[in-house]
Ligand binder design. Sequence first.
Ligand SMILES: C[S@@+](CC[C@H](N)C(=O)[O-])C[C@H]1O[C@@H](n2cnc3c(N)ncnc32)[C@H](O)[C@@H]1O
Length: 212
Amino acid sequence: MRLRHNPKADIAVENSEYVEQDPKSRKSRWKEVFGNENPIHIEIGMGKGQFITTLAVNNPEINYIGIERVPTVLYKALRKQEELKLKNLILIAFNADEIGEVFEQGEVERIYLNFSDPWPKDRHASRRLTSPRFLEKYNGFLKKDGYIAFKTDNRNLFDYSLIAAAEAGWKTRNITYDLHNSEFNAGNIMTEYEVRFSSAGVPINRVEIYRD
Ligand SMILES: C[S@@+](CC[C@H](N)C(=O)[O-])C[C@H]1O[C@@H](n2cnc3c(N)ncnc32)[C@H](O)[C@@H]1O
């Protein structure tokens, strides 16, 4: 997501009560942080936060954590949260490379990956958020019976992800290559990228990735 770097946004993110400043220190204690036993769902690469903020409004009985590595981008989500002050939403300005140090085994019930950066060059494949390297990290904290919900406009990344999941021993279900015209569209919340691509006529791919 390209946004002109905004130093004021960095400062606001670094000082906000809605942004967890030391996420690694919360490992295995996220329920305490939220102050309840509700399930935890996370979005990695949330961008400007439209998707996760809407989910948090619609589902007060679920705790949400939105992760975004670019503070200037995360700031857009922060502005929404400053208005809404949702008790079930926490933001993290963080590179998911270190996500294994943030969550304990079984701590997260669902991972949302929406329109993740495709990293089209083969030599960058391990940076893709659906690569075996990342699936291994998710395996360290995704609850049994939990799953990864992945949406993308990018057919190459989608096909790669299905293969990567199978090779890493994960299973896939509810696959669609045209989400908005499929049976899986009921209740779908659109992301910023999804609005942009679908209004340009690009079909959206979606899959759920899980373990037995
Ligand atoms: C293409 S945008 C999609 C944004 C949003 N999910 C949407 O659908 O509108 C991908 C976002 O993921 C973030 N991102 C990519 N790799 C990341 C990582 N390793 N850790 C955290 N955020 C990441 C990028 O900074 C960018 O904001």
